[in-house]
Design a protein around this ligand. Structure first.
Ligand code: F3S
Length: 399
């Protein structure tokens, strides 16, 4: 692999042992994937934050970092943690867990990572630009960055995105190369896709059937950033799709020669119905509504408030919205959040239903409008999760 003089110096330990270890990891990954060189990145988005998912192993990793006294060299942001950093007691998180979680967040902060604690950095002012090279690790954000924004990132692991943030480079392979961004399947979308959950169902269907192949979807009307985030997150969970194109909508769709795409499939109303039926074997007495996978935008929060109108939440149901602190604290969101909270709906930030123990440890019957959340909450657990549209959920849990 070609390395610049600066990169060689890092690798030889001239900039310290920790920097050398970080670039070794970046180079090693590049060698595995036959990368010709390392490229500078504009930003890093780092997963591996929730103490629930990373456990104590992360502290030995941090020890290595501390010894080197390193800092990140590019803007770097954190994925959600295992709890709301202010309302963790309300979420029934125990003090030991909270203590460990605060230590993890503090460690990232000390090396210069902005503790955004969200999987949707693009909703809080960190939109990547077309053609930017990034090292992002949250799978839904990776697919969003590649598809909706036309930026370029592989699906990094937590450690590899952190290493890239520290050295400022990533290996030039996979999604960084134009040749790998061509679609191999044309999906004729015949189904009536309207709600956020429909987009999530489409993504789930695609990922489950075609794994990591890049799709080109025929025109889907009305796709905005919230629809795209549902589509991205679902296809990156049932499969590992890093990029999609949509006719007339996504930034690279116009450059594609469809004559080169051999496989053609259709997504019909029957397929859409089957995805909902796959999750909704039986709707038992719901205990929790979990919305905000990926993290809710201001528009998502506003829609819930609108659907609630003069209705009230059933006493026996908890309703939790997960969002980023920045979105929930925005001036325009404050009165809406207050209104929702006055009706018993809780808005939690910094965390989510999947990476916090608060959901799985307490609730068995959950409703969500996210196929990704349903997929992870149901996995290997006794939890009964129903995947419905927001409108259907509101009908079920309010009077
Ligand atoms: Fe985000 Fe958690 Fe879903 S990190 S994409 S809300 S599983």
């Amino acid at each position: 692999m070609y390395l610049t003089k600066e990169q060689e110096a890092m690798l030889s330990g001239e900039k310290g042992e920790t920097m050398a270890k970080c670039i070794q990891l970046t180079v090693k990954i590049g060698e595995i994937y036959d990368a010709k060189n390392l490229i500078p990145i504009k930003s890093a988005q780092i997963a591996g934050v929730s103490y629930y998912t990373v456990g104590d192993a992360i502290f030995s990793f941090f020890k290595l970092l501390s010894e080197g006294n390193v800092k990140v060299r590019v803007p770097s942001w954190l994925n959600p943690a295992g709890m709301d950093t202010e309302k963790w007691k309300e979420m029934c998180i125990d003090a030991d867990f909270a203590d460990k979680q605060f230590q993890i967040i503090q460690k990232y902060r000390s090396i210069g990572v902005e503790t955004t604690l969200t999987c949707t950095p693009y909703l809080i002012g960190h939109k990547p630009s077309y053609g930017d090279h990034l090292a992002w690790s949250e799978s839904s954000a990776v697919t969003m960055a590649n598809s909706f924004f036309g930026a370029r990132t592989n699906r990094e692991g937590g450690p590899s995105s952190l290493a890239a943030a520290i050295v400022g480079y990533t290996a030039n392979y996979g999604m960084h190369l134009t040749i790998n961004r061509q679609p191999t399947i044309l999906v004729n979308v015949k189904a009536d896709i309207t709600s956020l959950s429909d987009f999530s169902a489409l993504g789930y269907w695609y990922g489950e059937n075609y794994q990591s192949k890049i799709p080109y979807f025929t025109k889907i009307s009305g796709l905005d950033v919230d629809h795209a985030k549902m589509l991205s997150s679902a296809m990156a969970s049932s499969g590992s799709v890093p990029l999609f194109h949509i006719q007339g909508l996504t930034p690279e769709a116009n450059n594609i020669d469809l004559a080169e795409v051999d496989e053609k499939v259709s997504f019909t109303n029957d397929d859409l119905k089957q995805i909902y039926e796959h999750f909704n074997q039986s709707i038992k007495n719901p205990e929790l509504v979990a919305i905000g996978c990926p993290h809710a935008s201001f528009d998502d929060i506003k829609t819930i408030n609108k659907l609630l109108k003069n209705r009230n939440l059933l006493d026996e149901v908890e309703f939790w919205i997960f969002s980023s602190r920045k979105v929930a604290n925005e001036e325009k969101a404050k009165s809406i959040v207050l209104n929702l909270e006055s009706k018993g709906i809780r808005v939690y930030t910094d965390t989510c239903m999947v990476v916090s123990p608060a959901v799985r440890n307490r609730f068995n019957n959950i409703l969500t409008n996210s196929a990704k959340a349903a997929f992870y909450l149901i996995k290997g657990e006794k939890t009964n999760v129903n995947f419905l549209s927001l409108e259907e959920i509101m009908e079920l849990v309010t009077n």
